[in-house]
Design a protein around this ligand. Structure first.
Ligand SMILES: [Zn+2]
Length: 262
């Protein structure tokens, strides 16, 4: 579809229907069998462009590299797709949100500031749920966008039940020991230059896990991709074509079952 036709289509199609329509058209352009999306099971000649990355997005379900990685992790390394669990999905992604909602074992709820895909429209810095409401909370690529990420992290941790899990993905610049953030940087052009994206409020470094652990959760970094065969990583398109943010670790926080006393 030409850029002009695409703009015209965007103008008349409501946002919530766009992923399904794109998912019907794009597979025709990307026919083939070189890559496989673990989320929707689709086979394609290549993944599709997303922003600056030419082979990032699943032509059918719209999954990005991190969604495919996460889906494999949930499927193969956790009981989350089988056990009866309450699940809160912050900023639900179209690709995996639908899959999670359809799991009969999950009592699934999604939340976002404004996404039409979300059940609840909420501020992640002020969640309207009672303490310990969910067995699993998942929050991907949100914390780098919010004004006060420590407050958001503490809210996420608060709503995880004792023994429950918080799963977080955020872009981490592996070259940095310490996160870069400066509230004075508000211009989108400056944010793009300093943080890597026009709407990011910080560039996380290796201290991200420590910051998450300040919530009181027991935090582990899961370098899941390193456990996978390189051929599979390529076939499922699990790394970003991006030198700085190319490989994503998963961050797993577990709520302690009894309060810790100093
Ligand atoms: Zn897919």
């Amino acid at each position: 579809m030409s850029p002009t036709a695409l703009r015209a289509a965007r103008a008349v199609v409501p946002a919530r229907y766009r992923p399904a329509i794109a998912g019907a058209v794009r597979p025709l352009v990307h026919r083939g069998d070189r890559v496989v999306c673990p989320c929707c099971g689709g086979h394609f000649g290549s993944f599709a462009r997303h922003r600056t990355r030419p082979h990032a997005k699943c032509p059918r379900c719209g999954s990005l590299e991190r969604h495919r990685l996460l889906w494999l992790f949930l499927s193969e390394r956790t009981d989350i797709l089988q056990a009866p669990l309450s699940f809160l999905h912050i900023a639900p992604e179209y690709s995996i949100g639908g899959l999670l909602r359809d799991r009969p074992n999950l009592d699934y709820r999604s939340a976002d500031l404004e996404s039409p895909l979300a059940d609840d429209h909420v501020d992640v810095m002020d969640l309207p749920y009672a303490d310990g409401s969910f067995d699993v909370v998942m929050c991907n690529h949100v914390l780098e966008h919010v004004d006060d990420d420590r407050l958001a992290m503490s809210e996420l941790a608060r709503v995880v039940a004792p023994g429950g899990r918080l799963i977080v993905l955020s872009p981490i610049d592996r070259r940095l020991a310490t996160t870069i953030e400066d509230p004075a940087i508000t211009d989108p052009v400056d944010r793009e230059r300093v943080y890597g994206q026009f709407d990011h409020q910080r560039r996380y470094g290796a201290d991200f896990a420590d910051r998450l652990a300040e919530t009181g959760l027991d935090v582990a970094v899961v370098p899941f991709i390193e456990e996978l065969d390189p051929e599979r990583v390529a076939r499922n398109g699990l790394t970003r074509e991006d030198e700085v943010f190319g490989v994503e670790d998963l961050f797993l926080g577990v709520q302690r079952t009894a309060p810790q006393h100093a």
